[in-house]
Design a protein around this ligand. Structure first.
Ligand SMILES: [Zn+2]
Length: 334
């Protein structure tokens, strides 16, 4: 691919439900006879102006429940892979929240079958490697959390590589989920919780210690504790940072104040992702532009992605080779 600006990218943090562009979401809602809180693309865009993180979660629940069938879940993976590939993505880790959908009447199996079929189709049609990391929504019961892990383990040979913890971070600390994450690790699944987005260093420490995090989703508020920053750098823990998401939810007051360049300068490995691109009015190219405008180097972002990916070693070697053979200097001078 020689499109200007389309240097290779790895995206480790994207919620598949949050990738559905407004026109597609309206179409899916119509097909499923689901009443969205908006009837036009413009009304959806208006709804996506978030007052704060809690408001974002409220809107998330109202819109993402339009997704109901195996075909819906397959479609959102394939559509997003096509979009991300156009921006240079070679590898994606897609998040989805099956327990939320199950509460609204979807079946575990149709969700997992749909996303896994979508991952395979994405590879075949667009050459993008897609791995999957279902999320446990904070505040959900131990039974729901355990079911998420058990279903994830059943689909390990279809691209499911880890489990995460998402949702209301400030209200629900990670510690009560320690046992389910221990179970996940014993079943060969990685641990990729959200932490340090809307709560501080204690939440990040909890994710590392209680959940055995292999990687942190966001992790930016680790900055509040210099000792923790040193520890993340020493451990080589990768943060999957989403600059424009943080701006849209108010997690940071302005892009200029974003902790990303300071964390990177302190030796913490950071990759860049979109989080919920359709809801946050962004795409992979724009989030990378935000990061590079803060002084981050595209190659270091790619290499952090290679290091943080939960894929098998063969895939990691292939990703590394893509980075090593790419002419980054030429990409930078454009
Ligand atoms: Zn997220």
């Amino acid at each position: 691919m020689t499109r200007i600006g389309a240097y290779p990218k790895i995206e480790l943090h994207v919620h598949l439900e949050g990738t559905v562009r407004p026109a597609t979401l309206l179409e899916i809602a119509r097909r499923n006879d689901y009443a969205l809180p908006a009837n036009t693309v413009e009304e959806l865009r208006e709804l996506y102006r978030f007052r704060d993180f809690r408001h974002f979660i409220e809107v998330w629940v109202l819109t993402t429940n339009a997704l109901r069938t195996e075909a819906d879940f397959r479609q959102i993976v394939v559509d997003y892979a096509a979009e991300a590939a156009a921006h240079g993505a070679v590898y994606l880790e897609g998040i989805f929240s099956p327990a939320e959908r199950v509460r609204r009447g979807c079946g575990w199996q149709e969700i997992f079958e749909g996303v896994c079929a979508g991952a395979q189709e994405a590879r075949e049609r667009y050459g993008v490697e897609v791995r999957l990391t279902p999320d446990i929504p904070r505040g959900f019961t131990q039974e729901e959390a355990r079911a998420t892990v058990e279903w994830a383990a059943r689909y390990r040979d279809r691209g499911v590589v880890g489990v995460g913890l998402g949702g209301l971070e400030a209200e629900y600390p990670p510690e009560p989920y320690a046992d389910v994450f221990r179970l996940a690790r014993s079943l060969g699944l990685g641990s990729v919780p959200h932490a340090g987005e809307v709560a501080g260093a204690a939440s990040v420490r909890g994710a590392l210690e209680a959940l055995g995090a292999d990687r942190l989703r966001h992790g930016i508020r680790a900055e509040e504790d210099p000792g923790l920053v040193r520890e993340l750098a020493a451990r080589g823990t990768v943060l999957d940072v989403c600059p424009l998401s943080n701006l849209r939810t108010g997690a940071v007051a302005s892009l200029a104040e974003h902790p990303l360049p300071r964390l990177a300068a302190a030796g913490v490995r950071c990759s860049v992702s979109t989080d919920d691109p359709a809801m946050f009015d962004t795409d992979l190219r724009r989030d990378y532009e935000a990061a590079t405008s803060l002084g981050l180097d595209p190659r270091s972002l790619y290499e952090a992605g290679v290091a943080g990916a939960l894929c098998d070693e063969q895939t990691r070697a292939r990703l590394r080779a893509i980075g090593e053979s790419f002419d980054w200097d030429a990409a930078r001078s454009r």
